[in-house]
Write a protein that binds this ligand. Structure first.
Ligand code: ZN
Length: 501
């Protein structure tokens, strides 16, 4: 705020325009939150039209040639101070603007139409477990994404152009390298665990009102604030960031286990990232998480490294036993084994910490092959089933439990999946760096206090918003490039202890 008097007229005008673009984006997020939580189902079509209008307005404003000119002036003025907000805005918005300009609006509209047709087809195909019904729609989505990739002829691999939307700077080459190393570590670990007897599940049922109460208490110890956050229910849990002071998370509850509690931890992790962005970036379009991978690193860290740890539960287990008296007499390590069970399975969203990334690696390799044309859409089910056998040792009984399980391809979101496993990898690196920087971290978590961890993440991750790209952020926070070893070390240490490997 203090610098506004010294701002150039171009920067002031750019900020005004970006403020409006950011506001349109926020309005769309709010419409989406409403759709997933409280909207009656019959409102879907009308909502789709409103959302499409808002997205179109945002795209028009972002691709406006006037923005391009303002960006050129601001970049020139800020050239001497590359660390300034002005320089960061010029750099990041330039990327967004160029992308918006290079993908023709007819192609954007065609993708929206193809998605609208693909979604019900996918739903029907999944219900009847017949991939063939979805095949032509997936072929169309793949074809349109290849057209998008063709708008970026400078990339090394066409898939790089798709990946870049979700994970700026990531490429097939870098992702494949870390995924290969991750897979080489995970496959033997999962096989080793499979030889051990499976731990006993926790005795249920877990009343939903009590789970919600427990989840909220833990969330507050993470940084959830009652006057700036809310929790609702939805079919698929998610987080919506309306403002730093208006963060909304959702969960889905089951009386059979505590999965709803862990899902709150996960979504609160996403929310803490958004709540912690430097206020100086509000309404600049940089005031949000930099990539889906870094975002997922935050949710995973709070859900897994913290949320499934002995440190956390040494504090919270007595409270859980109070809420669920059937847990009385369950020792801490039996509880930890039960909430950290590893079991190769068919469904990604139900997968545990050790097998999850293998589901993602499979999807990444299939997507790359689809986009480069080395795999035909018709051959997806066979390729999927073969990879499931190879990576996880499970037989896929039908397409509903195989290649039709996720909604992403119906949405045309090719390039999205790898960010989930990148999140796991980055969570391992950040967790190791935070523990090294703050040796008392786990003792404090065991005392119910996670504030020092939050402080470290705020300073090293959250505050930057989109100022730093993911690789820069990681380098500054950890001193490392993307590296799966810390995550593998963390998993090996954890499971060696739990499963006496
Ligand atoms: Zn997530």
């Amino acid at each position: 705020m203090a610098s506004s008097t010294s701002e150039s007229a171009e920067l002031t005008e750019l900020r005004e325009r970006l403020g409006e673009i950011a506001d349109l984006g926020t309005a769309d997020v709010l419409l989406g939150w409403d759709r997933e939580t409280v909207m009656p189902p019959a409102g879907a079509q009308a909502r789709g039209e409103v959302s499409a209008t808002i997205e179109k307005l945002g795209h028009q404003r972002l691709s406006d040639p006037a923005i391009g000119e303002l960006l050129a002036s601001v970049a020139e003025q800020a050239a001497g101070d590359p660390e300034s907000d002005a320089a960061a805005i010029a750099r990041v918005v330039r990327r967004d603007h160029d992308r918006a300009v290079r993908v023709p609006s007819e192609l954007v509209a065609e993708m929206a139409r193809a998605t609208a047709a693909a979604l019900p087809a996918w739903q029907q195909a999944r219900e009847s477990s017949k991939f063939e019904r979805f095949r032509p729609f997936l072929e169309r989505n793949v074809e349109l994404r290849r057209q998008v990739a063709a708008c970026f002829p400078e990339v090394e691999h066409p898939y790089d152009a798709l990946l870049d939307v979700y994970e700026p700077g990531a490429t097939v080459a870098t992702v494949r390298d870390v995924f290969d190393r991750l897979r080489a570590g995970l496959v033997p670990l999962v096989a080793q665990i499979a030889e051990r007897p499976e731990p006993d599940p926790l005795p249920g049922p877990f009343g939903i009102a009590s789970q919600r109460e427990l989840a909220l208490e833990i969330a507050r110890s993470y940084g959830y604030e009652d006057d700036a956050w809310r929790v609702d229910d939805s079919v698929h849990p998610f987080m919506s960031n309306i403002a730093r002071s208006d963060i909304r998370v959702t969960s889905r509850w089951s009386e059979e286990d505590l999965s709803g509690v862990f899902s709150i931890m996960h979504e609160v992790g996403h929310g803490l990232y958004e709540a912690g962005v430097d206020p100086a970036l509000d309404r600049t379009t940089l005031g949000t998480g930099v990539s889906l991978g870094i975002h997922e690193s935050q949710s995973r860290l709070w859900e897994n490294q913290v949320g499934r740890s002995g440190a956390l539960w040494s504090h919270w287990l007595p409270r859980a036993q109070q809420a669920f008296p059937q847990l009385d007499g369950i020792e801490l390590d039996a509880f930890l084994r039960a909430v950290n069970v590893v079991r190769p399975s068919l469904i990604r969203v139900e997968a545990d910490e050790a097998t999850y990334a293998l589901h993602v690696i499979l999807r990444f390799e299939l997507e790359v092959a689809l986009i480069e044309g080395s795999l035909a859409v018709a051959d997806v089910p066979a390729a999927w089933n073969e990879q499931m056998r190879e990576l996880l040792g499970v037989e896929v009984p039908d397409d509903a439990n195989g290649c039709l399980q996720d909604i992403h391809w119906a949405f045309g979101e090719l390039g999205y999946f790898p960010t989930y496993a990148l999140g796991n990898i980055v969570s391992g690196q950040l967790w190791a760096a935070a523990r090294a920087a703050q040796p008392s971290l786990e003792q404090e978590i065991a005392a119910g206090d996670a504030s020092r961890l939050l402080g470290w993440l705020r300073e090293n991750v959250h505050a930057h918003g989109r100022r730093l790209d993911p690789a820069q952020l990681l380098r500054r926070a950890t001193g490392q490039e993307l590296d799966p070893e810390p995550q593998l070390d963390y998993l090996r240490e954890k499971y060696s202890e739990l499963y006496s490997l």
